[in-house]
Design a protein around this ligand. Structure first.
Ligand code: BGC
Length: 744
């Protein structure tokens, strides 16, 4: 039957209860991510009161409930099953913040595709991903779920992920409907505290927070999820201006808008609705279609109708969109199409290989003094110490999908497999500890963060064993950082140091090793940049591993041993201290830029303005020299495009892959522009001693800015093109370009 006629036919036959059922999403009780735990929804599904489920996973259980919906409910409308497939489903890929640093759109799409294949095999039809919140405040734990601080990078990431999840055709048995979340500016929560209020300027909203969502729309994203928070007083769940007016009317988005968990009921707590009926009316009127876990549409909309706060046409329009999505997903044609068969072993093996590749390409080498890495052939005895050395489950990161079939590979397991001829000894030394423990001494009053079971002091013997290992090793791999659950939702931190007593431990390890002249290689796990200048200084090498996923230890060993060279860059600026936060390269210039010799300039009395590591930083095993920056034109009009080229020589001893960034900055413009704006990036792989050329493309349209009236404009004038390895101005090569009006 044709899509339109089936949907319209159903609509004509539906009762109000059945319509509201299609606008309701309940949890199957498999996972709990919020304050409401749904009971068994089977009866409600049979009565047509629940049309969508989250958190039910697995071919068999999905089929059983789908059968209730299709065979036992009056209209037989199939269920839409959704799940958070954020960085993998069974096979876990690196957390998005890490994967963003791979700067590889093809890789981003491939991992999303693999995740979709696995989730679809588990009966899932929709993923609450990609998370596209630009995040510039590492205190906010959810930065780990998204693509980092830059809107251009985030936009590329958005398009690739949507294409990967959706696979170009939603009816495919292995396609998932993607949900672009959390619309929008969730990353700007006050003081980095999760769920807190957001207030950003209209300009920042348009220039920074909205572009990744627009890119997702451009890629055909099936659904959008409004953020939990308010934006300048208007909760996004009830934001007519952004949902109904911008998304639907102006941008023509015809997909589904699904709320975040319990968000409609929380409109009452936000203080914009007096009761559930009012909350439901506000959300529906703003453009929301599916109510996740509030029961507000189901229980509140009938009253809102009676009160005349909403009308049936608005309800019908929402139902139409939900049914259309189900139709697009091929659910009417075959409700059981997803989750029919387990994935062949060969596919799973391919996904594990991809997980290893993605993890290798996401590890960021922050420091490598005296080129202590990769390990040389003379290595005989290796000490692998620290609480994350043998912690396979922590490698998974904060959204461990539906649970891996096998535990992720730990660092110690990876190293043992890679270095069979080396004697490797391992000791944790101290537990991971809790964030609160590390700051307890400085905080008045009890911390809010509950003490974890492992926060007890370690037995002296553990500590002594770990330090003892450093006495006899040729090199020490020190694995420290956060536990997986210390970032992600509801995991904001006020300090950005190592949790628990890891600092004291790490200092003791570095002292012991330094006394013997043995190198310390830190492998740092975290869902955010950690402000650890003392650690960076004390260690010889530092590898930011983030949370690499299923193949963590194997990939870390690949990179430490030099089987694969490190190539990733940090997609977020690393601060030295929490006091610098928010710290990002796209800041606007001050009228009094920081100047060490002038006290009345924009800086701190107590720490430097410069970050610990700039956006884009990441070393390779090569050493690149940039020369001959040039462009194929000196002037550009809006409809034209330009190629910027630069020659690179790898003067290092190893083959390596370099990432080259192109930033711009107008010398003058009617509205002050950020110090650097990222416009393009490209990669080149060069053998030791080899040279090559990187060419980056810039369209005139990329040089449009928002005028004082917030309208796009192409303002004539001189622009600097800045090319180099990261967002540190000192490392960038500069070339001038003239923007001019068409036809001059
Ligand atoms: C999170 C969303 C997630 C949803 C469903 C919420 O708590 O904010 O990102 O998609 O739960 O699990």
């Amino acid at each position: 039957m044709g899509r339109v006629s089936r949907v319209e036919g159903l609509l004509a036959r539906m009762t109000l209860v059945e319509k509201l059922g299609q606008l309701t999403m309940s949890s199957a009780g498999f996972t709990v991510t919020g304050p409401v735990i749904a009971g068994d929804s089977t009866e409600a599904i049979r009565r047509g009161e629940v049309g969508n489920l989250l958190n039910l996973v697995g071919g068999e259980p999905v089929r059983a409930l789908q059968r209730v919906a299709v065979e036992e409910s009056r209209l037989g409308i199939p269920l839409l099953l959704a799940f958070d497939v954020v960085h993998g489903h069974r096979t876990l890929f690196p957390v998005p913040l890490a994967e963003a640093g791979a700067l590889d759109a093809e890789l981003w799409a491939r991992t999303a595709r693999a995740a979709a294949v696995e989730a679809a095999a588990d009966g899932i039809a929709m993923t609450f991903a990609p998370m596209l919140d630009v995040a510039r405040d590492p205190r906010w734990g959810r930065g780990v779920e998204g693509p980092g601080e830059d809107p251009m990078l985030a936009s590329r990431f958005a398009a690739a992920k949507v294409e990967g999840f959706q696979g170009g055709d939603l009816t495919r048995d292995d396609a998932l409907a993607a949900v672009a979340k959390h619309y929008c500016a969730y990353g700007a929560v006050t003081a980095g505290r999760d769920y807190a209020s957001v207030d950003v300027s209209e300009r920042t909203l348009r220039e920074v927070y909205l572009p990744p969502f627009d890119a997702a729309l451009g890629a055909g994203v099936a659904a959008v999820m409004p953020a939990f928070t308010d934006l300048a007083g208007v909760p996004l769940t009830a934001h007519r201006g952004l949902l109904r007016d911008r998304l639907r009317r102006r941008l023509g988005f015809e997909g589904v808008i699904v709320t975040d968990y319990h968000a409609i009921a929380e409109l009452i707590v936000h203080g914009v609705a007096a009761d559930l009926a009012e909350a439901a009316a506000l959300a529906l009127e703003a453009g929301v279609d599916i109510d996740m876990m509030s029961g507000a549409f189901r229980h509140g909309l009938p009253l809102a109708l009676e009160r005349g706060r909403v009308d049936l046409q608005t309800i019908d329009a929402a139902v139409r969109r939900v049914l259309t999505l189900k139709e697009r997903l091929g659910l009417f044609a075959d409700p059981y199409r997803r989750g029919k068969a387990a994935l062949p072993a060969a596919v799973r093996a391919r996904h594990r290989a991809l997980a290893r590749e993605a993890a290798c390409r996401s590890l960021v080498l922050l420091k490598n003094d005296r080129e202590v890495l990769p390990f040389g052939p003379t290595l005989r005895r290796l000490a692998v110490v620290g609480p994350l050395a043998d912690a396979p489950l922590e490698m998974a990161g904060p959204w461990p999908g539906a649970g891996a079939d096998d535990a992720p590979v730990s660092v110690i397991a990876g190293l043992r497999a890679a270095l069979p001829a080396v004697q490797i000894h391992c000791a944790a030394g101290v537990p991971i500890g809790t964030p609160a423990q590390a700051v307890a001494a400085e905080c008045a009053g009890p911390p809010d963060y509950p003490a974890a079971a492992d926060s007890a002091p370690p037995p002296e013997s553990d500590l002594a064993a770990a330090l003892g290992l450093c006495e006899s090793a040729d090199a020490v791999v020190l694995c420290v950082g956060e536990a997986a659950r210390m970032s992600g939702e509801a995991a904001s931190r006020g300090a950005l140091d190592l949790p628990g007593s890891q600092r004291e431990f790490a200092e003791a390890v570095c002292r012991r090793a330094a006394a013997r002249g043995v190198p310390v290689i830190v492998v740092l796990f975290s869902g955010r940049p950690l402000a650890v200048p003392w650690l960076v200084q004390a260690a010889d090498a530092v590898l930011a591993a983030w949370f690499p996923g299923s193949e963590a230890g194997a990939a870390i060993a690949d990179v430490l041993c030099g089987r694969v060279g490190p190539s990733a860059r940090t997609a977020i600026t690393w601060p030295r201290a929490v006091g610098q936060v928010p710290l990002f390269f796209g800041e606007r210039p001050s009228g009094r830029p920081a100047n060490r010799d002038d006290p009345y300039t924009s800086k701190y009395l107590d720490f430097p303005v410069a970050p610990l590591f700039p956006f884009g930083h990441g070393l390779t095993y090569g050493r690149f020299r940039y020369t001959g920056l040039r462009a194929n034109r000196e002037r550009i009009e809006e409809h034209e495009s330009l190629e910027v080229s630069v020659d690179l020589v790898n003067e290092g001893a190893h083959a390596a892959e370099e990432t080259v960034f192109l930033f711009t900055h107008p010398r003058t413009s009617s509205v002050s522009r950020p110090i650097l704006e990222l416009k393009a990036f490209a990669k080149v792989a060069l053998a030791a001693g080899a040279s090559g050329t990187v060419t980056l493309r810039l369209a005139g349209a990329d040089l449009r800015t928002l005028g004082a009236d917030l309208e796009p404009q192409f303002e004539p004038g001189a622009v600097d093109l800045l090319v180099g390895p990261c967002a540190d101005r000192e490392q960038l090569h500069v070339l001038g370009l003239i923007k001019e009006r068409a036809g001059r």
